[in-house]
Design a binder for this molecule. Structure first.
Ligand SMILES: [Fe+2]
Length: 140
């Protein structure tokens, strides 16, 4: 009888440990999904990689005014070196808008209209022809 109780107690403890492990694992997976982490491929203010010091001129500055979102990349524009493109994408990967620039454009600025009633996480991207792909994550 004692062996049976001991067996049941150990089983309950193992089940509890497995549940705790599963919840810790699930939490760390959700934490991973919260931030952009593709070093060497996607650059952010927090993760500038080989372009350390370039965030100020490559991460888009986001301004939200009602249902309009304006992206401005404070970067010089010339045919040799310029911001190629902006995009605004939601959490599901739906492209809300994009704008392609040329070196002749005076500045890298774009404005997009959000769908009526939209709220949630958005990603503003800015692609430089020399300094790769930069992303700013924000909520509206
Ligand atoms: Fe650049």
């Amino acid at each position: 009888m004692k062996d049976r109780r001991s067996f049941i107690r150990k089983g309950a403890l193992l089940a509890s440990a497995a549940m705790v492990s599963a919840s810790v694992f699930a939490k760390s997976e959700s934490e991973k999904k919260k931030s952009i982490n593709l070093p060497g491929l996607v650059f952010t203010e927090e993760s500038q990689g080989k372009w350390e010091g370039k965030a100020g001129s490559h991460v888009p500055i986001v301004t939200v005014n009602g249902n309009k979102v304006t992206l401005l990349t404070a970067h010089g524009m010339s045919n040799a070196h310029y911001i190629v493109r902006h995009t605004l994408v939601d959490k599901a990967g739906t492209m809300i808008g994009s704008k392609t620039f040329s070196g002749d454009d005076g500045k890298a600025e774009s404005t997009f209209e959000l769908p009526t009633g939209f709220s949630g996480k958005l990603y503003a991207t800015s692609f430089c022809n020399k300094h790769d792909f930069w992303v700013k994550e924000f909520d509206v």
